[in-house]
Write a protein that binds this ligand. Structure first.
Ligand SMILES: [Zn+2]
Length: 689
């Protein structure tokens, strides 16, 4: 799932909720799902699904004569056991949440049995404590089923994570169950359908309906089961010999390639870095209306929010947009989530954290290291600023509601933590470790310990300390950095102090010393609350760059001078090196050294930093205005990024200087909405004068 849900999680439960401290064990496994066969029709008027199910199971370990299936708010008409194609009714009780079934005899784990259930799913009649819970936990959604909203498509789709599959078919609705499946749907013939796996059969019934049969021959957890029905146009693409399909509303179908066209490249890239080819026999993406989340990684059939649907004009200004991020995120889940699934919701760190992390991987591959670093830095900053979450560790077995696990810790802190792990092990060992984790746990479930073991196995290093402090402990280090030069001994001493409460973090890091025109890198390991490190240098360093790879998830106070920041901006290589220098300049805008940074940053290689610098210019200051104006004109003429052009136009426009009218007029002819809009405002300001 993509993280729109983060903002909702905080609404769930509340202080004083008695379930807040409940221990959330992984469900006891008495029976295991093996195969799920469904035959379904839809009642648009009542928002019902009429289902027949044949579910095959086997006892997990001990023999058992009973079975409990999750089934929420259904009408259960018949429960029977199927033997030699003959149905024998079984005794069952149903309490609106689960069906307790007495089997015809005791079954052993070496045997499997098939239960038949005739049922009606009624999602609209489920009771919820508020509309937020209804929005996220209804399982089966009917969009405009009576066609009363003019121009709005009629759609049906499902959203099962976390435990909402059991709204539309009886199942053991837990992530550590896996089942192959066959889903047969009878729908109005004018609509197309989508589900997991391959379309095995499609039969016109001659009565205005069609029956499609989808088969999923590899096992997946119930929360990744999906179906969708509606008026969609399908664009067929491929990666190697695997179909890659894009399902869009007819109006957006002509732009399918612009919206989704990089998907095969993404599949290729992730297959390569994971040393694990895309594991499924197709990959489809479908955009639906009124969807509560951003996207859902249903195995082979990702469901996406309508924000992904954009016209080429909108895409022109989107760059690495929320839509692109969502496409990447859900795709990466096909390995981390669908192939290897969290054992319980407590271990979202092996699902959602990786999906969030993939966003930066793709960005750096496609747009360069700065783009990946910018995404990761954004996540880490949001985590560090969200103080309320700091009392819980990332992996935790106590929470109010499963959706609470889809939070700032899982997505944002986790992203930063994975990045540290990657940096510590190095790309080669890190990605080989991920590959090993996928191969060992494929089609099974895992917890964070499986990840640690795989990385230890490949790297040959103990990683308990890392996982203990980052995954199982709440909070983060607060790090104070000071350093001093001793002329007599020609030594630079760096003092690192951790000021957070509790145990010190073990922090391996790089320190780059820039002295006498060269850079020397030292690898150090902070172990105590206060550590100091001394380095010889030929002359007093121009810059001591602590955490030189800029990966620590920590609140860092570095007592640097503006001189050092100027040096850092021009000599240290990374996005965060330059971003920190720009921020220091923004704090002290009247200083000439700040102006030097900001003027230089107008031509920063990363567009996001160019925009930061443009927006921070104090154009009332004549020195800045004189230096910046020609650069802004140049950006408007020739920057490769429309958003930079638009930012420059809005700053220059506020000067209300007629001299720039030709620049603004020319910008009015830009293909970019953002540029034309900013130019229009600039022209408007002048004409009002
Ligand atoms: Zn996700």
């Amino acid at each position: 799932m993509i993280n729109l849900i983060l903002f909702v999680a905080s609404l769930l439960g509340g202080p004083g909720d008695p379930s807040a401290n409940a221990y959330r064990a992984a469900a006891r496994r008495i029976n295991d799902l093996k195969h799920t066969r469904l035959d379904m029709r839809f009642d648009y008027r009542h928002r019902y699904l009429y289902g027949k199910e044949w579910v095959t199971l086997a006892p997990h370990f001990n023999p058992t004569d009973s079975l409990r299936l999750d089934a929420r708010g259904m009408e259960i008409k018949e429960v029977a056991i199927v033997q030699n194609e003959k149905k024998t009714p079984l005794h069952f009780t149903y309490d609106g949440r689960s069906i307790a079934i007495r089997l015809n005899r005791s079954w052993r784990r070496t045997e499997s049995y098939t239960i038949y259930i005739d049922y009606i799913s009624r999602p609209g009649e489920l009771k919820f404590k508020d509309s937020t819970m209804r929005k996220f936990n209804s399982g089966l959604y009917f969009v405009n089923p009576d066609s009363t909203a003019k121009g709005k498509p009629v759609q049906i789709y499902t959203q099962c994570e976390t435990e909402n599959a059991s709204v539309w078919f009886p199942t053991i609705d837990k992530p550590d169950q896996k089942s192959t499946d066959e889903i047969r749907m009878t729908v109005p013939a004018k609509y197309v359908t989508l589900s997991n796996g391959r379309l095995a059969a499609s039969k016109d019934n001659g009565d205005g309906t069609r029956t499609d049969t989808w088969k999923m021959e590899l096992p997946q957890p119930p929360y990744l089961f999906m179906l969708a029905v509606g008026d969609f146009r399908i664009y067929h693409d491929h990666w190697r010999n695997i179909p890659v399909d894009y399902y869009l509303e007819p109006a957006y179908a002509p732009y399918a390639k612009q919206i989704f066209g990089t998907t095969p490249e993404m599949i290729d890239y992730f297959s390569r870095i994971l040393h694990y080819d895309f594991p499924w026999n197709k990959y489809a993406q479908i955009v639906v209306r009124d969807y509560a989340s951003g996207g859902m990684e249903n195995t082979t059939a990702t469901l996406l929010n309508e924000y992904v649907q954009q016209t080429p004009r909108q895409l022109l200004d989107a760059y690495y947009s929320k839509g692109q991020s969502t496409i990447v995120h859900e795709l990466f889940h096909q390995w981390f989530g669908a192939l290897v699934t969290c054992r319980s919701w407590s271990n979202q760190a092996v699902d959602e954290t990786f999906a969030e992390f993939s966003d930066g991987l793709w960005a750096e591959h496609q747009y360069g290291r700065d783009a990946g670093d910018a995404l990761r830095a954004h996540d880490v900053q949001i985590y560090l600023k969200t103080k309320s979450v700091d009392t819980a560790p990332m992996v935790r077995y106590h929470y109010r509601n499963e959706l609470d696990m889809f939070d700032v810790l899982t997505y944002y802190k986790g992203n930063g933590v994975l990045n540290m792990l990657r940096n510590y092990l190095g790309d080669s060992a890190f990605f080989s470790g991920l590959s090993h984790y996928l191969h060992v746990n494929a089609f099974k479930n895992a917890e964070v310990d499986q990840l640690r073991l795989a990385l230890e196995d490949v790297s040959g290093q103990d990683l308990h300390w890392f996982f203990d402090q980052w995954y199982y402990r709440a909070g983060h280090p607060i790090l104070d950095i000071r350093h001093r030069w001793n002329d007599t001994t020609a030594t630079e001493t760096v003092w690192l102090r951790q000021t957070q409460e509790g145990e010190p973090y073990r922090l391996p890091m790089a320190i780059d010393i820039y002295s006498g025109g060269r850079k020397q890198r030292y690898m150090v390991r902070m172990e105590n609350k206060l550590d100091s490190f001394s380095f010889h240098a030929s002359s007093k360093p121009d810059l001591v760059n602590v955490d030189a790879d800029k990966v620590l998830v920590a609140v860092i106070t570095d007592h640097q001078s503006l001189d050092e920041y100027v040096f850092q901006y021009f000599h240290a290589p990374l996005y965060l090196d330059r971003s920190q220098a720009i921020n220091a300049a923004i704090e002290d805008p009247s200083d000439a050294r700040s102006q030097e940074i900001l003027i230089a940053a107008l031509n920063d290689p990363y567009y996001g930093l160019r925009i930061n610098a443009v927006s921070a210019l104090d154009m009332k200051n004549p020195v800045i205005r004189n230096a910046a104006s020609p650069i802004l004109v140049q950006l408007i003429h020739s920057d490769s990024n429309h958003l930079v052009k638009a930012a420059a136009l809005s700053v220059l426009g506020k000067l209300r200087d007629r001299e720039y009218m030709p620049v603004f007029k020319e910008a009015l002819t830009s293909p970019s909405d953002a540029v034309r809009s900013a130019a229009g405002t600039a022209v408007g300001l002048l004409e009002r004068n």
